[in-house]
Design a protein around this ligand. Structure first.
Ligand SMILES: Cc1ncc(COP(=O)(O)O)c(C=O)c1O
Length: 415
């Protein structure tokens, strides 16, 4: 007997990442030589789960009062202050003086995405997603009664496809009066692409062309991997500073992830930050998103908020944390170079990659290749026409050998 309402009958977890990561984890528990490149979490060169020392030190000082009581839905003040300072850094004063900002704690970046989806489109409207994406966006759209359309990430030159995006904006406005556009940058999941400064400026220009009083524009800036930009944390913040160029009909929602920035995946802590030149837009953002938070999950974790307040807001944790982030970014860079060089040697084509946790290989029959790879003790994520490799979770040595294994598996499948 079916008891679900119609809308819920189609709800089946289709994002295979968590499931396949579970399979890989179980295989690795039995055999240490297994390569588990499935999940977007940091592992060290011994393929042990990576914990920031500064985070552990700060955690050791926490009292029960800072871990377990209820706090409030918006988030405790030290947390909100520390995250705003971390995200905007030296540009915070500019935005505080010239625009309106509001922050609400969320359970990870996921909470930020989901709350944005529930408040900024009407049921049945389409959110605009990249054609290579973290597939949970699609499920979140469905959960919030939305459809989706995709924009091309890359043109034929392998750079950001602004022309297609502009076209897509026009098309979407034929059927709805507003645009909710999702971009994950830098170190995009799954490609590892990062927009250049010029591409960001080009994007801002075309957003300003379409955003008007009749056509509000919501830019959901999923900045989950911002702190792993190979060009540095300051460079990434320069792109945020350029949001000052957006017109008053644009609302930016920045999705901060404590999972990715601080390695606190299971603590479920993040934030959504609204930024706009319109006071009304930000007052509405605070009211509606606070309401969504209160009704969906009541509040975010006290433990996560106090821990992050300390690491991002107090010395000596902050300085040590920054130094550790630099170390991590350097070891991920080494892994990516090892992987890309080896992929080039064996003739594997990757999607345009700049930096970060993932590399994606173009691969028809990826499901069959996945099966072959599992037989050889290597686990990746098949994406449908491509495969995502989480270089964040495997050693440099495994980054070197994996492309050869993938090539052999592809050859076997196509024989
Ligand atoms: C692109 C992207 N956005 C958001 C998230 C959400 O992460 P969390 O909710 O753990 O912060 C992830 C997690 O993998 C991601 O890859």
């Amino acid at each position: 007997m079916r008891i679900l309402v119609d809308h819920s009958i189609d709800k089946k977890e289709r994002s295979n990442i968590i499931t396949l990561a579970g399979v890989a984890k179980a295989a690795k528990a039995k055999d240490k030589s297994v390569i588990n490149a499935t999940i977007g979490m940091l592992y060290d060169e011994d393929e042990k789960f990576y914990t920031f020392r500064s985070v552990s030190k700060a955690e050791a000082t926490m009292s029960d009062e800072e871990k377990y009581p209820y706090t409030n839905t918006i988030g405790i003040k030290p947390y909100c202050d520390a995250v705003l300072k971390w995200v905007f850094d030296k540009h915070l004063d500019y935005f505080k003086e010239n625009e309106y900002i509001s922050i609400i704690a969320t359970p990870g970046g996921s909470g930020a995405v989901s709350n944005t989806f529930s408040n900024y489109l009407n049921a049945g409207e389409n959110v605009l997603l990249p054609n290579h994406m973290w597939t949970n966006y699609i499920q979140m759209a469905y959960e919030n009664y939305l459809g989706y359309k995709t924009y091309n990430m890359f043109n034929e030159n392998g750079t950001f496809d602004l022309a297609h995006i502009k076209e897509t904006f026009k098309n979407i406005l034929k059927t709805q009066d507003r645009i909710l556009f999702v971009i994950n940058d830098p170190c995009q999941n799954p490609t590892g692409y990062s927009l250049t400064k010029e591409e960001w400026l080009g994007l801002i220009e075309i957003i300003n062309e379409v955003a008007s009083e009749d056509h509000p524009f919501i830019l959901l800036y999923d900045m989950a991997y911002i702190d792993y930009d190979i060009k540095g944390r300051d460079y990434a913040r320069e792109n945020i500073y350029n949001f000052r160029l957006l017109n008053e009909n644009v609302l930016v929602v920045l999705g901060f992830s404590g999972s990715k920035t601080l390695g606190l995946y299971g603590l479920r802590i993040g934030a959504m930050i609204g930024l706009s030149k319109s006071k009304e837009a930000i007052d509405d953002f605070t009211n509606a998103c606070q309401f969504s938070a209160r009704t969906k999950y009541s509040m975010s974790t006290t433990y996560g908020m106090y821990l992050i307040s300390k690491v991002l807001g107090e010395e000596p944790y902050l300085s040590e944390f920054k130094a550790e982030l630099d170390e991590v970014t350097a070891f991920i860079k080494k892994r990516s170079l090892a992987f890309i060089n080896s992929a080039n040697e064996v003739g594997l084509k990757t999607l345009p990659f700049k930096c970060g946790f993932f590399v994606t290989i173009v691969c028809p029959n990826d499901d069959l290749v996945y099966e072959e790879l599992v037989k050889k003790g290597a686990h990746i994520i098949p994406l449908g026409g491509a495969m995502r490799i989480a270089i964040c979770s495997i050693s440099e040595e495994h980054c070197k050998v994996l492309p050869k294994l993938i090539k052999e598996a592809i050859d076997k499948v196509n024989r």
